[in-house]
Design a protein around this ligand. Structure first.
Ligand SMILES: [Zn+2]
Ligand SMILES: [Zn+2]
Ligand SMILES: [Zn+2]
Length: 127
């Protein structure tokens, strides 16, 4: 006689599932060979962790960016500069950072060319 399939209760959603790879991710490090959480809850948890990690990384970048901007503003007066694009005669309106780790490494650019760098898909040079 075939044994009935084992059941396992997911500790998060409290639902009972058949202990198989249909409902649980395989996890060889666990005694029953499957993850503790059901697939649905496992995915939700992973998404949350991922989002948290990404949010933290974005935050770190924006802190760096703000610092770099402040440093550049303090050291340079952008009204002294023209746009770095050779064919452009416009006044610089932005001090573009190539690398936020180098706060004083800036490229003065006009609004249009600065946008062009950050959103290279709209080909503003062609206009
Ligand atoms: Zn669950
Ligand atoms: Zn920029
Ligand atoms: Zn320009």
């Amino acid at each position: 006689m075939k044994l009935p399939p084992k059941q396992k209760i997911c500790p998060v959603c409290k639902k009972e599932f058949e202990l198989s790879s249909d409902f649980f991710h395989r996890n060889v490090t666990r005694c029953d060979g499957f993850a503790a959480l059901c697939k649905v809850c496992d995915n939700v948890r992973k998404n949350i962790l991922h989002r948290k990690y990404r949010a933290r990384r974005d935050e770190a970048t924006s802190v760096k960016r703000e610092k770099a901007k402040r440093a550049a503003k303090y050291h340079y007066d952008k009204s002294d500069y023209k746009c770095s694009v050779l064919t452009c005669e416009a006044k610089a309106q932005h001090l573009h950072h190539v690398d936020y780790d180098k706060p004083l490494d800036v490229v003065p650019l006009c609004e249009v060319h600065h946008q062009g760098i950050h959103f290279p898909r709209c080909n503003l040079d062609a206009a």
